[in-house]
Design a protein around this ligand. Structure first.
Ligand code: VG1
Ligand code: CO
Length: 542
């Protein structure tokens, strides 16, 4: 039976960089999920009888939220709902299912790499028919709707069994519980040379992949160990847990330091890798060599043709603005366009749909291609495995050669997490006001060539997105970028992205912190970070 329930709006249901992300306790309030999901459906047209994909990263409250989503979707007239078994679908797998089954869209329950549990975070986002995150036009309409909502429609029914593969019927509508891994694994088999990668493993190549007790476990176990024959135990923490085993499923050098330490030992694995809570991020560390996400994007762009799915070459490369410009050099050499977009995967969708870009990436451990419309952690690991198998060289050798050919972009991101929102906003306002006066300023050897507030004009749909980050360019090619995070759930997070280009191969093996020391000091001086935030040092450096 369908019920119409009266409700009142919640404050602050504005989707950020990647959907609505809030503290679990907020999400658990009565009607919180209901309001947001009904607001999404209220902003869509023409979905009567069509297909909706639903899945999530398996974190605490995932199952409860999915029950609500399914019941509201049925009450609103969707005809077919595809749900990952156990409520699981990695973000890239959800994107694939939407595309493969011609769904109207999908709802992904994920707070990505944020911690889970009663005191952690929960997230929810809507993806459109191309499989990608809804564009700003849609998310802003949803936000407007959340401020006016008065009622939602929901099916009054007992909870569905999400654990058995089956088709459930509700009148003319069906809910199908599907294997979350098989379609995705089949897609990977089409893109990469599995025989060659299997031969690499057979020859003794060692992989250590950490699924961080999050959603990629079942995918990684099936693909790496079952299909490709990686040694048993190559996949760590392969069972998704609601609290991620008490860990922080963020595949960076802080939360996956154990992998870094392992890779730096002389007899360590050939490749250490990890993914995040929802499976869209990746960490790549070869023996003795961490690959920054920005470098990984450039290296993948330069070597993608070695994988069967990209053998015909790539059409273009897109990177988010704060991502280092290492990929620009590759695009230049390949004579293909390079697009610079605002932070967040939703800005790549149009370029991929239009066939203008094939490979995309962000400095925040996100890499992907036109095979889906999300970034894809396991795809990145498979791409690296394919490149390593085809070239027969180590990660370190490939990276070092790449730098010698294209130059090295030393790169670091400094995050000042959970600072006072007022101070962070004041810093950005003051810096924005100072931008016009910065040009020509000299600091020691460094001279500012120009400074601006990044805005993006989408070449496909003509939309404009302003205030996407403050950029300071130096004459020697260095750059500092400032922006506030759009995914945090407490206070504000200031991100400072620091980059310097080094063409000389004899100076490409310096410690990053040393190579960037001058710019790091300047990043504080120019923006008054200590003054506005009260912080003498960043909380995380990646
Ligand atoms: C961060 C990253 C951004 C990424 C986003 C979602 O956003 O910087 O590059 O697209 O997270 O990633 P922000 O606004 O906090 O800087 V995920 O893996 O959370 O879906
Ligand atoms: Co993620």
């Amino acid at each position: 039976m369908i019920e119409t329930i009266a409700t009142t709006p919640f404050e602050g249901q504005r989707p950020g960089t990647s959907g609505l992300r809030k503290k679990t306790l907020l999400f658990q309030q009565k009607n919180y999920v209901e309001n947001f999901v009904q607001s999404i459906f209220d902003c869509l047209e023409g979905f009567e009888g069509s297909t909706l994909v639903v899945g999530g990263d398996g974190r605490f409250f995932n199952r409860e939220a999915i029950q609500i989503v399914i019941k509201i979707a049925l009450a609103n007239g969707f005809g077919r709902i595809l749900v990952g078994q156990g409520g699981l679908l990695s973000t890239p797998a959800a994107s694939n299912v939407i595309r493969q089954y011609g769904a109207f869209g999908g709802i992904v329950l994920s707070a990505s790499h944020n911690p889970g549990g009663p005191h952690g975070d929960v997230g929810i986002k809507y993806n459109v028919a191309n499989g990608g995150p809804a564009p700003e036009k849609v998310t802003e309409a949803v936000f407007a709707r959340t401020k006016e909502i008065k009622q939602y429609r929901i099916l009054n029914a007992p909870d569905l069994d999400l654990d058995r593969l089956q088709t459930l019927r509700f009148g003319a509508a069906t809910v199908e519980i599907i294997d979350p891994v098989s379609d995705y694994a089949a897609l990977m088999q089409k893109l990469f040379d599995f025989d060659r990668i299997a031969a690499l493993f057979k020859s003794g190549f060692r992989l250590q992949f950490d699924a961080m007790s999050a959603v990629t476990g079942p995918y990684a176990a099936r693909i790496f160990e079952e299909f490709l024959g990686a040694a048993p135990g190559s996949v760590l923490n392969a069972t998704p847990l609601p609290d991620f085993g008490g860990h922080h499923p963020d595949p960076n050098l802080v939360h996956a330091k154990h992998l870094y330490d392992l890779a730096m030992t002389s007899d360590g694995p050939d490749l250490c890798a990890a993914s995040d809570g929802d499976g869209d991020r990746n960490l790549i560390i070869g023996r003795g060599r961490f690959v920054t996400p920005s470098d990984s994007l450039a290296l993948i762009a330069a070597n993608a043709h070695l994988a069967p799915g990209y053998a015909g070459g790539i059409k273009g490369v897109a990177r988010s603005m704060p991502t280092s410009r290492a990929a620009d050099k590759v695009a230049e050499k390949l004579k293909i366009p390079l697009f610079e977009t605002p932070t967040g995967w939703k800005f790549f969708g149009n370029l991929l749909d239009a066939g203008m870009a094939t490979i995309c990436g962000e400095e925040s451990a996100g890499t992907g291609s036109d095979h889906v419309r999300e970034k894809d952690g396991l795809w990145a690991v498979l791409m690296w495995l394919n490149i390593l198998a085809a070239r027969g060289e180590s990660v370190d050798a490939i990276v070092t050669k790449h730098w010698a050919e294209y130059g090295r972009n030393y790169y670091a991101r400094h995050d000042y997490e959970e600072v006072e929102s007022d101070g962070a906003n004041a810093l950005i306002d003051a810096l924005r006001a100072a931008l016009p006066s910065l040009k020509g300023k000299q600091y020691g050897d460094l001279r500012i060539a120009g400074a601006d507030d990044f805005s993006y004009h989408d070449p496909v749909d003509g939309s404009d997105s302003a205030h996407q980050g403050l950029r300071i360019h130096f004459e020697d090619g260095g750059r500092i970028v400032y922006r506030l995070s759009g995914t945090g759930t407490a206070g504000a997070t200031l991100r400072v992205y620091i980059e310097r280009f080094e063409p000389d191969p004899t100076r490409q093996q310096i410690e990053t912190a040393t190579a960037l020391a001058d710019l790091i000091t300047l990043s504080n001086e120019i923006a008054g970070i200590a003054k506005f935030t009260g912080r003498a040092a960043p909380s995380v450096i990646t």
